[in-house]
Design a protein around this ligand. Structure first.
Ligand code: ADP
Ligand code: MG
Length: 451
């Protein structure tokens, strides 16, 4: 790795913990740092579409990551790769260009397969929660298209699905450099499709996905409810599968639990091996923390690791996020990493996460998540499809805001505070048993946290 690559990787680490994983994978995985001087950094992106999205949505984020890592305030410029090939390429075509190994002159710095070299099997910590998925992924990586095809990995947010997909890609590429591997998110597949349809370039789209040897598709649940994308994905899948090419998919749900999914596609996805990743236990979380701390060359004491692991229940990305904050804080203040310092940082961390929560926002987000109206949440309706969301909203109001019980009751159309307590207890009890509900709550919380 050259210095630019190291620097950009560090920036990516900072960015990754601040945005949704699917967005990170879609928009940042094909980028690299083209050049840098005292005043500006030039980011290489596949095409205009990327430049627009990154510049409109992520410019500040990129600038602050660069500043943090390089210590300089830099302007951001974009280098559009497709301009150097042919104007107006769709993302699918950009992928196709990348399929031909070493096509572009001096392309050693980039990652033409969109496989991220940072995620490998060697930095993946195995515990009881993920050992099955890990083992299956290793078999696929070592025997692509021979054993489990497709491999379908599912599990909650931030539990290592994307990491395993990239690890498979990296292993295969290491073994045989010219294997045509491609990693992409289902969101990106959708974007490609829309663009190709719009530009009337479907034959090109098809002929470009189909010569792959290994296709890694992340977050396939994204195409639920999108008929046209499902149809096209079905054909892509079949064509690869029929010619004995490996397909690996990830999803936040078991195939049967993805709603609005075409039956024929679902049964295809279920036809290989399905492996789940569960919530990590305490020891696995501690082992992951040690590994990450070691990577950053900042060993942490066991009481700190236990403290972080105990406070972050469900998401390894957050585990890492808190660890990185603690490390950063210790280095800014030139302090040792101690339990006391960790407690201080956690306070900030929780405050940051909670600052977006207020009852109107909770009502709005819960209503939209469950496809009902805010007025329903405030109403007296008692049907299950309304009472459960209402209880969830009350639970979140109690858990994430400072509002008193009577105040919460009032903002729910004048309910008694005992109703609020009842709801809170009911949902607290349910989340540990009902995975579907726990996941809904997690998604709602994420949505509110991100403003
Ligand atoms: P998902 O795709 O399931 O939402 P990711 O694969 O993006 O989750 O994982 C989130 C973060 O946690 C990544 O930085 C990843 O490297 C890290 N991570 C997850 N599981 C492990 C593990 N078992 N060992 C090491 N790091 C892990
Ligand atoms: Mg992911």
């Amino acid at each position: 790795m050259d210095a630019k690559e190291v620097l950009w990787n560090k920036c990516l680490e900072t960015i990754e913990i601040q945005i949704l994983p699917e967005n990170f994978a879609t928009w940042f995985s094909p980028t690299y740092l083209k050049s840098m001087n005292e005043t500006s950094a030039t980011l290489a992106v596949p095409n205009h579409f990327y430049r627009r999205c990154l510049s409109e949505n992520y410019r500040d984020l990129i600038a602050s990551a660069l500043e943090k890592v390089s210590g300089k305030k830099l302007g951001i410029k974009f280098f559009i790769e497709s301009e150097f090939i042919e104007e107006n390429k769709t993302p699918a075509e950009a992928i196709a260009d990348n399929l031909v190994p070493n096509r572009k002159a001096g392309s050693t710095e980039e990652h033409p397969h969109a496989v991220n070299p940072r995620y490998t099997f060697s930095n993946f910590v195995v515990g009881t929660s993920n050992q099955f998925a890990h083992a299956a992924a290793q078999v696929v990586a070592n025997h692509p298209a021979q054993k489990y095809n497709p491999l379908f990995i599912y599990g909650g947010v931030g539990l290592g699905k994307t990491h395993l997909l990239h690890a498979i890609g990296n292993t295969i590429l290491q073994e045989k450099q010219d294997t045509r591997v491609h990693y992409l998110t289902a969101e990106r597949f959708t974007v490609d499709l829309i663009e190709s349809l719009r530009k009337d370039r479907m034959p090109a789209f098809r002929s470009r996905y189909r010569p792959l040897d290994v296709l890694l598709v992340d977050d396939i649940q994204f195409i639920a409810g999108k008929e046209r994308t499902q149809e096209e994905f079905f054909y892509t899948f079949n064509s690869l599968y029929d010619s004995h090419k490996q397909v690996v998919l990830s999803s936040d749900k078991y195939p049967k639990d993805i709603h609005d999914f075409e039956e024929r596609l679902r049964s295809r996805l279920e036809s290989g091996l399905i492996a789940d990743i569960k919530l990590p236990d305490l020891e696995t979380k501690v082992a992951i923390l040690y590994k990450k701390a070691e990577f950053h060359q900042k060993p942490i004491p066991r009481d700190v690791a236990l403290f972080i692991a105990d406070n972050i229940k469900t998401n390894i990305r957050e585990l890492e996020g808190l660890l990185l904050r603690i490390i950063a804080y210790a280095s800014f203040t030139h302090c040792q990493i101690t339990l006391e310092l960790a407690r201080d940082v956690l306070k900030d961390f929780t405050y940051d996460k909670n600052k977006n929560f207020n009852i109107p926002k909770i009502l709005k987000t819960v209503a939209s998540h469950f496809n009902i109206k805010v007025a329903d949440l405030k109403s007296k309706k008692r049907s299950r499809d309304i009472s459960i969301p209402r209880q969830v909203a009350m639970y979140l109001s109690r858990e994430y805001t400072k509002a008193s019980l009577p105040d919460i009751g009032r903002q729910f159309g004048g309910k008694d505070h005992t109703t609020v307590i009842f709801s809170y207890k009911k949902i607290s009890g349910l989340v540990s048993k009902d995975n579907e509900l726990a996941r809904s709550i997690e998604q709602i919380v994420k949505k509110i946290e991100r403003g």
